[in-house]
Every structure is written in structure tokens, then in C-alpha cells.
Design a binder for this molecule. Structure first.
Ligand code: HEC
Length: 205
């Protein structure tokens, strides 16, 4: 359109209308986008089988909130009904997110024995005790760590079974833990953890 204007031609009007529509979409999608960007830090928002439904509802809530403020700022009234609807939808989200809890507990209990009985268990136990438990224990003896980070305690066999999946995720599949590989965990140790996890899960199913 700018090119057309500069060249003295009449710009195509439909492009302007399109741009305005995109701007409107942008305006309405701001809040859900921010929510989704931050949500990765909060398992409450994503750690359920209904996360796709929760995300969809967040879009509706975001649109409702924008609608309220857009109306208010344009001085065409305060649609207070949007607050009630947003609140009702939020209650639905809380309800949906509560489902995962029972499921995860069941999963932990079901899978436990396979993790424990796997032949690599004692090796994994040694790795975790030597690489993780100085921080992840009730009274950490790693300088600067006052209490077990995120209250995750990894200093007994039961803990290792209980946290098998996060151990595999944080220190097997990824090298998120130990932070900055501060306790010099070897790649071979990470591989053992992944194998232990996969074999145990396979065994279970
Ligand atoms: C030097 C201390 C230290 C060591 C050693 C350490 N961690 Fe951590 N861990 C932390 C800190 C600090 C956090 C919190 C990180 C955060 O808040 O993002 C954490 C968080 C975690 C979490 C929770 C992650 C989350 O965001 O939910 C898990 C799981 C975990 N560690 C597992 C391990 C495992 C497995 C090992 C050993 C392979 C290990 N950690 C070794 C300090 C440590």
C-alpha cells in the first residue's frame, strides 16, 4: 500500500481492511499468548490430559477480558457479564486440572515395582545418591542450598522410584539437572538412567 501511495496509485482498500482485522485478532489474543508463554513454568496449567481443553478455555477468557476493556476504553459501556463468564470458565479449568492428580498417583504406584525390580536399579540408585542428593535432601549439605529444591527429595530408594520419571526427564533425556552439571554427571550415567526408565516402563505395559 505504501508503495502504491508513493507511486501515485490508489492502494487496494481490501488490504487495509485485512490489516485492521489482523490488528483486532492481535488485540484479542494478547492475554492467551502471554498465558501460554508463562504456562510452561506451571505444571498446574499443562500437566493434565485436558491441557488442550484448558488452553482453549484460556483463549475464551482472554477474549472476554479484552472485550471488557475494549468496550470500556471505547466508552461504549462496561459489559460486566464478562467477569462472571470468565470466572465461571476459570472454575471449569480448576475442575479439569484436578483430574490429573489421581491419575498420576495411580501411575506412580503401578509403575513402582518395575522401576525397583529392574536390574539397573542399584546403579541408578548410586548415581542419584552421588550426583543429586547433596542438594535434594532434607538438610542439604551443598553450600547455598537451604532446603531441598522444589521440595524434591532424592536420597532413598523409595524416592528414586517415586520420582523415576522426573529423574529421567531432568537428568537422563535432558541435562537440566544437576544445574550446570555441577556434580560432574557423566553422559554414560545419563544413558543408564534413560535405559532404566525405558526398560521399566516397557516391562510394565
Ligand atoms: C547443586 C544442587 C543440585 C543438584 C546437585 C541437583 N539439583 Fe535438582 N534442583 C536444584 C535446584 C536449585 C532446583 C530448582 C530449579 C528451579 O527452580 O528451576 C532443582 C530442581 C529439580 C527438579 C524439579 C524440576 C522442576 O522444575 O520441576 C528435579 C526433578 C530435580 N531437580 C532433579 C535432580 C536430579 C535427578 C539430580 C541429579 C541427577 C539433581 N536434581 C541434582 C539443585 C540441584
Amino acid at each position: 500500500m505504501v508503495k502504491d501511495l508513493k507511486a501515485g496509485r490508489t492502494p487496494a482498500a481490501h488490504l487495509g481492511a485485512q490489516a485492521k482485522q489482523r490488528s483486532l485478532h492481535n488485540n484479542y489474543l494478547t492475554l492467551p499468548v502471554i498465558f501460554l508463554m508463562l504456562s510452561v513454568h506451571y505444571p498446574l496449567a499443562f500437566a493434565t490430559q485436558f491441557n488442550w481443553l484448558i488452553a482453549s478455555i484460556i483463549f475464551l477468557i482472554g477474549v472476554l477480558i479484552r472485550h471488557y476493556f475494549n468496550s470500556k476504553h471505547a466508552r461504549i459501556g462496561k459489559p460486566n457479564w464478562t467477569w462472571f463468564l470468565a470466572l465461571a470458565l476459570f472454575v471449569v479449568i480448576i475442575w479439569l486440572s484436578s483430574f490429573s492428580k489421581q491419575n498420576t498417583e495411580a501411575i506412580i504406584l503401578n509403575e513402582s515395582s518395575a522401576f525397583y525390580q529392574n536390574e539397573k536399579f542399584s546403579e541408578v540408585n548410586d548415581i542419584v545418591l552421588s550426583r543429586c542428593s547433596m542438594c535434594h535432601t532434607k538438610e542439604p549439605f551443598y553450600e547455598g542450598v537451604g532446603r531441598a529444591p522444589k521440595d524434591i527429595i532424592l536420597d532413598s530408594e523409595v524416592d528414586i522410584v517415586k520420582y523415576a520419571k522426573v529423574i529421567a526427564l531432568q537428568s537422563g533425556y535432558s541435562s537440566a539437572m544437576p544445574p550446570g552439571n555441577i556434580t560432574y554427571m557423566e553422559d554414560s550415567e545419563r544413558q543408564i538412567i534413560v535405559k532404566w526408565y525405558l526398560e521399566s516402563v516397557d516391562n510394565k505395559s
